[in-house]
Design a protein around this ligand. Sequence first.
Ligand code: FE
Length: 131
Amino acid sequence: MSQEDFKNKLTPEQYNVCRLGGTESPHSGKFNKHYEEGTYICVACGQELFSSKSKFDSGSGWPSFTEMMDSTHVTLKHDYAYNMHRIEARCSKCDSHLGHVFDDGPAPTGQRWCINSVALDFIPLNSAKPG
Ligand code: FE
């Protein structure tokens, strides 16, 4: 997708996070306290990213996961912004910014994937249409 395609598809808030690397305000996102069963996908391209099974409440104010669904679906990059070294997570298919990964998460992985709600969409487990 071109920059124009992303601008047409995404809301200004989604575009700011996904394409410009912005961060939503903590506790503002619709998936922060969201615990339905299902799959979180990239809001820009639909690639599957996180299972609800790996979601936990980190208290950070952002949706948090202990692992990604498939390591090939996420690209990791060093991020040195704000005088910090963080690991940035991007969608491997459309290169949208998702959030960051930290090593202070719970067992079993010890990882904390700190992801912006606006970078995600959600497919409920029982979303199959009847018939
Ligand atoms: Fe994507």
